[in-house]
Each structure stands twice: as structure tokens, then as C-alpha cells.
Design a protein around this ligand. Structure first.
Ligand code: FPP
Length: 263
């Protein structure tokens, strides 16, 4: 496994890069799919693809921070990934521990804040401790926040939000989109502007279901370990060309005649 991160964050740590271009998404969410196929193409075990997937992740964090992205959320392990062969599951858990050992000091020094979302109850004590250490060590950083979705599912998120709201004593009449949002795992982040999925599949797969209501969706055949700065820029160019209306209408002369646009 090679990790070329010596020039990580060429612009140095500190505040987020200025977002002088509104076409740069403030929050990017990524389903990092295609690691297994990437490895198979090389006659290697699937975990080999995941290891290279960590490379792509590190580069993508750098590229996003340098472009002024404030939040990056990545789907590292879904609630459904426990169904994978035991060897792959334990390989992924081991990868978390080795990636933390290898990168935590570096990314902490580069201004990255790490936050974990997902059900921590089912993960091992060592993985839980690694996540807690990552959050603690990077808590004061503010260049970019990287949300790692681990043992996460969008439906789980909605259920845990409802449970916590009820535990706080919210009455049925007090449950609104705004109040429930405050209990979602990413309550302090804006909803993703851009949702990227690599690996050729065209589905959400139980990722951030609540939050992607108005995200721009971008699907690419590129397998995650091949995803690089150029691929990110392609996604950003597609995003910049989108017309975001959030259910309304924009500069449409026909709208005064009552034409509705619900997209
Ligand atoms: C999907 O590809 C990828 C995953 C289930 C895991 C992604 C995890 C990483 C990139 C590592 C994360 C590590 C840290 C420390 C955050 P797939 O296996 O479904 O690929 P396939 O569709 O080709 O089989």
C-alpha cells in the first residue's frame, strides 16, 4: 500500500479555503464503491481494493479541502456490510485501525476534523476507541470536517433521531422537519449539496436518506481506488452546471402564468 501524502494540504492547515465560487459544493457525500472489482481485476483479494480505497480517500480529503469544501461525508461501512464474508469484515475493521495509526497525526496537523456517524454499539472496543481518539484529537480543527459513516444506515439515522427526540420529551405535535433534523447524526452540518457514487451502480443504498432530499446526484463508472482529483473536478463541473431550484422556479417567465416546477 502506498500513501503519497507528503504534500497533504499544500496550502497548509488552518481555516477552510475561501469559497469564492458558489459552484463549489459546501458539503459533498460519497459512496466509495468499486473497491472489490478493482482488486479482482488485479487478481487480488477484495481487501487490497479497500486498502487502495484509503489512498483515494486521503487524496479526496486533500482535494476537497483545497477547493473550499467544508464538509465531506464518506460511506465507509454500512449497516448492511456485516453480511459480507467474515474475512472481509475483519479486514475492514483492521484497516480502520491501521489507517488511524498511519494518518491521524498527519490529518490532525493539517486541520481536518474527523467525526464518526453510525451505530457504535456493534463495533469492537478497539475500533470504537480508535474513532473516539480520532474525534478527540481533531476536535478543534476547522479546515474541513470529514464525516465517516461507519455501521451507518439512513434508516437507522431516522430511527435514532426519533428515539432521541422522544427521550427528550418531544410531543408528537412538536415533531417537525426542523426539530427532527436536530436529532439526525449530522445535525451540525448542512445537507449535502453533491452526492457522488463511484463504481457504476445508480442507487443511494441507505446512505443519508433524510439529508439527500435536495442533493445533486452524480454517478460515475470510475471505481473508487481510481478516483482522483480529475474525477472530483468532473463531478464538480457537473454540479456547477446543475440548476438547483429546491422545488421552486427560477427566472421562468412561464411561472407567472402559473406553471409549477416540483423538481
Ligand atoms: C464498497 O466497495 C466499499 C466499501 C464497503 C468500503 C469502503 C471503505 C474504505 C474505502 C476504507 C475506509 C477506511 C477508513 C479508515 C475510513 P465494494 O467492496 O462494494 O466494491 P465492489 O462493488 O466492487 O464489490
Amino acid at each position: 500500500m502506498t500513501f503519497a501524502v507528503s504534500s497533504f494540504f499544500g496550502k497548509g492547515p488552518g481555516l477552510p479555503a475561501p469559497r469564492d465560487d458558489a459552484r463549489v459544493p459546501r458539503h459533498v457525500a460519497i459512496v466509495m464503491d468499486g473497491n472489490g472489482r478493482w482488486a479482482r481485476k488485479r487478481f487480488m483479494p477484495r481487501i487490497y481494493g479497500h486498502k487502495h480505497g484509503v489512498d483515494s480517500l486521503v487524496q479526496t480529503i486533500q482535494a476537497c479541502a483545497n477547493r473550499g469544501v467544508e464538509h465531506l461525508t464518506v460511506f465507509a461501512f454500512s449497516s448492511e456490510n456485516w453480511k459480507r464474508p467474515e474475512e472481509e469484515v475483519s479486514g475492514l475493521m483492521g484497516l480502520v485501525l491501521s489507517a488511524m495509526t498511519r494518518y491521524l497525526t498527519k490529518i490532525a496537523g493539517d486541520g481536518v476534523r474527523v467525526k464518526i456517524i453510525g451505530d457504535r454499539g456493534a463495533v469492537s472496543e478497539s475500533v470504537r476507541a480508535a474513532w473516539e481518539r480520532a474525534e478527540r484529537t481533531t476536535a478543534d480543527n476547522n479546515r474541513i470536517t470529514v464525516w465517516v459513516a461507519f455501521n451507518y444506515g439512513g434508516r437507522w439515522d431516522m430511527v435514532q433521531a426519533c428515539r432521541r427526540a422522544m427521550a427528550d420529551g418531544l410531543q408528537a405535535s412538536e415533531i417537525t422537519e426542523e426539530s427532527l433534523s436536530r436529532y439526525m447524526a449530522q445535525s451540525e452540518a448542512p445537507d449535502p449539496d453533491l452526492f457522488i457514487r463511484t463504481g457504476g451502480e445508480v442507487r443511494i443504498s441507505n446512505f443519508l436518506l433524510w439529508q439527500v432530499a435536495y442533493s445533486e446526484l452524480y454517478f460515475t463508472d470510475c471505481l473508487w481506488p481510481d478516483f482522483d482529483e480529475q474525477e472530483l473536478d468532473k463531478a464538480f463541473a457537473a454540479y456547477a452546471a446543475r440548476d438547483r431550484r429546491f422545488g421552486g422556479v427560477k427566472n421562468d417567465p412561464a411561472s407567472s402564468a402559473g406553471a409549477a416546477d416540483a423538481a
